[in-house]
Design a protein around this ligand. Structure first.
Ligand SMILES: O=C(CO)COP(=O)(O)O
Length: 271
């Protein structure tokens, strides 16, 4: 991340917790409460400086909304997926309109678990990104290569291809608010974390591609996150990289203390 001379970040860091299919609504409310208390107790934590967001299962969102609104918590939240359609006969799918109604700020699109388990293509992801913008949600578009691609050394080409395909039809105006999450599949839930220089290499390549697609001014505004076995112990080094503007955390976001410590990465840099 780059800071300006007055110590303000160029792009606001985003610390995002993807709960995946964990925690029912009662457990989810307890975790959000504990997370909010923990961050409040950390006297020097400034929500205006670092944005914190959680991505609970869809069945938790109404309860999270009630808690966040009722207690005026400064936490953002979003859905883990959305339909490319707005309404109709799409059993089991969730409209972006419904997420917006629950005051979601964000929605994940194209997480590798959606791409591999549910066979989501770049074309479908592009339609989901469009649906997110249609409903006033900020998409967090996930891209990243598997182990074989990484071993073949073609990870940058592969990931940029996914990026281009999943952004087909997105305007420069919309792209300015986009968030991209680089999540190498081989680092997800494996304990195997990409090195800070790997995260930087890909983030820089993604930003350069965004610049080609949308121009320099837009590319400079896009936040790029790294995801894959992020913990408090490795977050600060990854976040120190120039083009990495945040992290998308799976397992470690299920523990309030650990996730709060990731959000407080600046304290770890200082210590
Ligand atoms: O997929 C992820 C976040 O979306 C990463 O998961 P882990 O942090 O559990 O590796």
């Amino acid at each position: 991340m780059t800071t300006q001379t007055d110590g303000v970040y160029d792009r606001q860091p985003l610390i995002a917790g993807n709960w995946k299919m964990n925690l029912d609504h009662a457990e989810g409310v307890a975790l959000v409460q504990k997370l909010a208390w923990t961050l409040d107790d950390a006297k020097n934590f400034d929500h205006a400086r670092v944005q914190v967001a959680v991505f609970p299962p869809a069945t938790d969102l109404r309860s999270v909304q009630t808690l966040v609104a009722g207690d005026k918590l400064k936490l953002a939240y979003g859905g883990q997926d959305l339909s490319d359609q707005d309404s109709g006969a799409f059993t089991g799918d969730i409209s972006g309109a419904f997420l917006k109604k629950l005051d979601c700020a964000f929605v994940l699109v194209g997480h590798s678990e959606r791409r591999t388990i549910h066979g989501e293509s770049d074309e479908l992801c592009a339609r989901k990104v469009a649906a997110a913008y249609r409903h006033g949600l900020t998409p967090i578009l996930c891209v990243g290569e598997g182990l074989e691609v990484r071993q073949a050394g073609t990870h940058v080409d592969y990931t940029l291809e996914q990026l281009r395909g999943s952004l087909a039809g997105v305007s420069a105006e919309d792209a300015a608010s986009l968030v991209v999450a680089y999540e190498p599949v081989w680092a997800i839930g494996t304990g195997e974390v990409a090195g800070p220089e790997d995260a930087q290499e890909m983030s820089a390549a993604i930003r350069a591609e965004l610049e080609r697609l949308y121009g320099e001014e837009t590319a400079r505004k896009v936040r790029i996150l790294y995801g894959g076995s992020v913990k408090a112990a490795n977050a600060a080094a990854i976040l120190a990289e120039r083009d990495v503007d945040g992290v998308l955390v799976g397992g470690a976001s299920l523990k309030a203390e650990e996730f709060a410590n990731i959000a407080r990465f600046e304290d770890h840099v200082a210590s």
